[in-house]
Ligand binder design. Structure first.
Ligand code: FAD
Length: 382
């Protein structure tokens, strides 16, 4: 731990790193503890909406992210079988003008690496799997699997859906399996182009109980990515994900449009992930411990806003702690929850229902939101 450190962030995922960078920028001494030995560029893409880009502007990585990302002009929703257009949601220049920042799709690993680069050097500690955390009222003691310990004034649980800090506050409880899995694959767009089809930069193919979301993950359009939502009776596999196959994809998407069949034909490697969630938690903080992101409100990923909510949480937490100072962390935590619970719960509900942008709707309530400009609601207003 660096000398004089006061805030421990546990988990260096997209939410934890955003919280840490903003807290450091606000002048707090922050250390981040991550269980992984290092980060690698795992095969997955991610959407980042204007609501998040405004946060990255504060962190100082907006321009660098725009430079490496795809900037789709539209989000298209199409009937999985006929290919008919169900919605055409304008993004591109429209998003910049209407929502105050671009809408991007990008490789998740590239985004994460950029976020990590915004941390103060030497403050991210790998190979630190939190095994125990004790709030003794004057501070927090953290114990890691390698036998080392750290102390801080407060700890932020940004440790994902199986959060050790959530477990400390609320007891052991497995997440709920939603009954759906997501397949993920990265494809070579040059190979796809040779088929003669038009592969749109951001398109979701839907039928009544399943979908395939497809988009570019780089600015130069060389990489294409799909992620699905497919019903699957039980998750009876070990581990966070398992390999899938072209055959399984063909079966899951039988009857889908020829463009989707072409994507499946071009698949060289595909993985299958359980889609998990939890019921809303009865509390977001207690004493010196506070939760954010998937540790707090995990959701099915169908609105492409799960990480966005984790990053917004980090920004609001930094804003509230800056408002009150660390000595009054209790007020900061209450303010944080008062200003996050309603929005995060609404996004969680829409995401779980998988209705987002299926038809021509106005996404302004999500994309137009500016977490730094929104008036801060007092605790009494909740
Ligand atoms: P995580 O990203 O899970 O990070 C938690 C971190 O904590 C990890 O680095 C982990 O190693 C570490 N950790 C865990 N336990 C410990 C411990 N005991 N000690 C120390 N470290 C620990 N969201 C979007 O916004 N857009 C999308 O397009 C999108 N697509 C998705 C597609 C799929 C298939 C899935 C499954 C999710 C998708 N999401 C998307 C959701 C998004 O991935 C999550 O909501 C987001 O990653 C949550 O961020 P987080 O920082 O809270 O948690």
């Amino acid at each position: 731990m660096q000398p004089g450190s006061r805030i421990a962030v546990v988990g260096a995922g997209l939410g934890g790193v955003a919280a840490a960078a903003l807290l450091q920028k606000a002048g707090f001494a922050v250390d981040v503890y991550e269980q992984a030995p290092a980060f690698s560029r795992l095969g997955a893409g991610i959407h980042m909406g204007p609501n998040v880009l405004k946060i990255f502007r504060r962190i100082g990585i907006e321009d660098a992210l725009v430079a490496i990302s795809s900037k789709p002009d539209f989000w298209f929703s199409r009937d999985g079988e006929t290919g008919d257009y169900l919605s055409r949601i304008p993004l591109g220049d429209y998003a910049v003008k209407e929502y105050g920042a671009p809408y991007l799709t990008v490789h998740r690993g590239d985004l994460h690496a950029l976020q990590v680069s915004a941390l103060q050097p030497g403050t991210l500690h790998f190979d630190k799997r939190l095994t125990a955390i004790v709030d003794d009222r004057s501070g927090v003691d953290l114990t890691f699997a390698d036998g080392t310990r750290a102390r801080a004034d407060i700890a932020v649980g940004a440790d994902g859906i199986n959060s050790r800090i959530r477990e400390t506050l609320l007891g052991e409880e497995k997440p709920n399996y939603s009954g759906w899995v997501g397949h993920r694959a990265l494809l070579d767009k040059d190979v796809l182009r040779k088929t003669g089809f038009d592969f749109e930069a951001c398109v979701k193919w839907w039928t009544h109980d399943r979908h395939m979301m497809v988009y570019d993950t780089t600015a130069d359009g060389r990489e294409y990515y799909y992620v699905t939502g497919v019903p699957h009776p039980a998750w009876d596999f070990d581990g966070a994900f398992v390999p899938s196959s072209r055959e399984e994809m063909r079966e899951a998407f039988a009857g889908y449009h020829p463009i989707v069949q072409t994507l499946i034909d071009a698949t060289t490697e595909v993985t299958k992930w359980p889609l998990l969630n939890r019921n809303p938690l009865p509390l977001w903080s207690e004493g010196r411990l506070v939760l954010l992101g998937d540790a707090c409100h995990p959701m099915k990923p169908h609105m492409a806003q799960g990480a966005a909510m984790a990053i917004e949480d980090g920004a609001m937490l930094a804003r509230c702690l800056t408002e009150t100072g660390l000595s009054d962390h209790s007020t900061a935590f209450r303010l944080y929850e008062a200003n996050r619970r309603e929005r995060a719960s609404r996004v969680q509900a829409v995401s779980n229902a998988n209705t987002w942008l299926r038809t021509q709707e106005d996404p302004a309530w999500v994309f137009g939101y500016d977490i730094f400009e929104a008036p801060l609601r007092g605790e009494s207003e909740v």
